[in-house]
Design a protein around this ligand. Sequence first.
Ligand SMILES: *Cc1c(COP(=O)(O)O)cnc(C)c1O
Length: 361
Amino acid sequence: MNKIVPKPGIMDIALYEGGKSKVDGVSNVIKLSSNENPFGPPEGAKESVRRALHEMHRYPSGDHLALRTAIGEVHGLDPARIICGNGSDEIIHFLCQAYTAKGDEVIHTEHGFAMYKISARVSGATPVEVPEKERVTDVDAILAACTKKTKLVFLANPNNPTGTMVGLAEIERLAEGLPPQTLLVLDGAYAEYVEGYDGGAKLVETRENVVMTRTFSKIYGLGGMRIGWGYAPKAVIDVMNRVRGPFNLSNVALAAAEAAVRDTDYVEKSRNENLRLRTWLAEALMEHGVPSDTSTANFVLARLSSPEEAEACDAYLQRQGLIVRRVTGYGLPSALRISVGDEPACRRVAHCIGLFKAGER
Ligand SMILES: *Cc1c(COP(=O)(O)O)cnc(C)c1O
């Protein structure tokens, strides 16, 4: 008899479903399902990658010193408290692996990012879902859900897929109220889209129980390269480095990220264009009778009137060559998450949703 089975919890993991990128029978699709930067990566990143290709037979840097130094310079942070990962997903993974085990609890919010649950389960821990208030993080509900077993609290700010965020005063109140054994993880995947927001970096510096994660997958346009980073108290960095594989980032990815982080003009240009088009898109959808919360990220959560209507709208958009994201798995069956594309893409998706609402199928 076959007795080969994974450890408890693994088979409870629901496979992560990424944004679709193809529709059968439709060519030239417009992909608005993964919150990618429609303008791609900065030119300097591509140039750095071309140069790094000559070194592909060499092992990459194991301490990521050059990238950590660049991030430190650009963001005004201490490189010794930065850790780089294969996407920020890997930082989430390090935290779960290092700080949780069977019996421990990992808090995430009602419409929080799927990876928190997945990583918690991989470590044998129990994910605990906490209600939001009308699609906004509820700090009091998180504090009320904490127990002696709570090891990690994951909070994306701005949140995906809601696009909403809470202010730093609320975050600080949360950090202050957590039990002594609990680490707060602020996921800043969309922080660059909020002008003047540091993702919680200052909080990391003034407290011992806050970690910030960031990514190159969104505003830097490097999702395919898989690079993210974390900023944490030195003690937490020391812990995470013990579970990190020594060569978790390729030299190509490291080169791309270093060039990208130094291109602050590109970030500013992308942020401004996103703001302009996101505002336009949300208003256009509203005119077609499709409301959304004010988004602080690079997507809009469009609320249709029912799960059936959301499903029909998604199918209609796919036939028009537009891929958006259904978010039923995030507890939002009546909504569609639409990434802010370039101007023609925004116009096209708004136009098609208008036709759909006017009765076209
Ligand atoms: C996209 C996203 C990430 C980034 O993941 P990577 O592994 O860095 O590509 C992290 N958190 C949230 C909430 C996201 O939406």
